[in-house]
Design a protein around this ligand. Structure first.
Ligand code: NAD
Ligand code: UDP
Length: 316
């Protein structure tokens, strides 16, 4: 198969690229390296990998062959990064997605999968979050560039499906972690591991009682592959994530324990819209895709710690 992955040099994208190359596919990647890193995919079989260091908003899609499966992952994803690149985030999810839908409309793509996010639920008033929940998003807040960008993209994709009868699927991805996250990424698990490895204090934003539910990246890849390959599910929106919900303080203490560390916790202010609780309802993913996550948090954290140990001290 010919697979196109936008954002394929990023954290999740690079694992998806590896999976499809290992399975013998031709994989096309369009990534401008805004938050990704070419090193994430440089060890893969290069004959099967076609890399374009370009922005999805400007890329000339005509140079690609017919695509069997398109995964649209291009977008900053970490709050630190999308706040820094607010306009790029909005325009990548709006105009960038529009350009991809035009490419699909011309009959070039069999199946289109979009990486949406649990942030479409904002600071949720319903718990756990089902796909039917409309969300609680502040259009003017610090997270709005990402949340509204993704919400617009979901609506645009469904409008193209309805008008042009396209095969589209939407994954609402919940917090995912693992190897290939960048040191500067800024998300909680990578930040905490790096802080402890450097023997620096752990930065807790807010009181640390807010919750997230963390999915290890190999589980996420299995979910995304299942979503792309399942027959007759065009137009479906499906939560992908691990319902194992923890407070930020629990995560900090787990990472300290795993590294046998005594670093202190320091408290910092957080943004006004930082969601207070988040847990996916994955009933639909289980029923429609026969998928559920399998990697326990402790095991996933151990793998991620090993990755950062090597990354920070490559010769030790
Ligand atoms: P990431 O930042 O590591 O990867 C995003 C990739 O997109 C990067 O390689 C970046 O360079 C590229 N990119 C950004 N703008 C681009 C543009 N205009 N043109 C071309 N490439 C561009 O983030 P990630 O965690 O791997 O997230 C991948 C996707 O999954 C994103 O769409 C994100 O919104 C979604 N998602 C991720 C999570 C998570 O927990 N990791 C949660 C919800 C949703
Ligand atoms: N967080 C934290 N310290 C950090 C980074 C993040 O306490 O160094 C908190 C953040 O405020 C949020 C949670 O951890 O409540 C998850 O943050 P992340 O940036 O990983 O993703 P989010 O789910 O907010 O998009």
């Amino acid at each position: 198969m010919n697979i196109l992955i936008t954002g394929g040099a990023g954290f999740i994208g690079s694992h998806l690229v590896k999976k499809f190359i290992d399975d013998g596919n031709e994989v096309y990647v369009v990534d401008n390296l805004l938050t990704g890193n070419k090193k994430n995919i440089s060890d893969l079989e290069q004959e099967k990998l076609h890399f374009f260091e370009e922005d999805i908003r400007n890329f000339d899609y005509k140079q690609l062959p017919k695509i069997d499966l398109l995964y649209h992952l291009a977008s900053p994803a970490s709050p630190t990064q999308y706040k820094k690149y607010a306009i790029e985030t909005l325009m990548t999810n709006s105009f960038g997605t529009f350009r991809l839908m035009e490419f699909c409309k011309e009959g070039n793509v069999k199946t289109f999968v979009f990486a949406s996010t649990s942030e479409v639920y904002g600071d949720p008033l319903e718990h756990p979050q089902k796909e039917s929940y409309f969300g609680n998003v502040n259009t003017l807040g610090p997270r709005a560039c990402y949340d509204e960008g993704k919400r617009f993209a979901e609506t645009l994709i469904l409008a193209y499906k309805n008008k042009h009868d396209l095969d589209v699927r939407i994954a609402r991805i919940f917090n995912t972690y693992g190897p290939n996250m960048e040191v500067e990424d800024g998300r909680v698990i990578s930040n905490f591991i790096i802080q402890v490895l450097h023997n620096n204090p752990i930065t807790i934003y807010g009181d640390g009682k807010q919750t997230r539910s963390f999915c290890y990246v190999s589980d996420m890849i299995n979910g995304l592959v299942a979503l792309g390959k399942k027959d007759d599910i065009s137009g479906q929106v499906i939560n992908l994530g691990n319902p194992d919900e923890r407070t930020v303080l629990e995560i900090a203490n787990m990472i300290k324990d795993l590294l046998n560390s005594k670093v202190e916790l320091v408290y910092r202010t957080t943004d006004s819209d930082d969601p207070k609780q988040r847990q996916p309802d994955i009933t639909k993913a289980i029923e429609v895709l026969n998928w559920k996550p399998e990697v326990a948090l402790e095991d996933g954290l151990k793998n991620t710690i090993s990755y950062f140990k090597k990354k920070l001290q490559p010769f030790s």
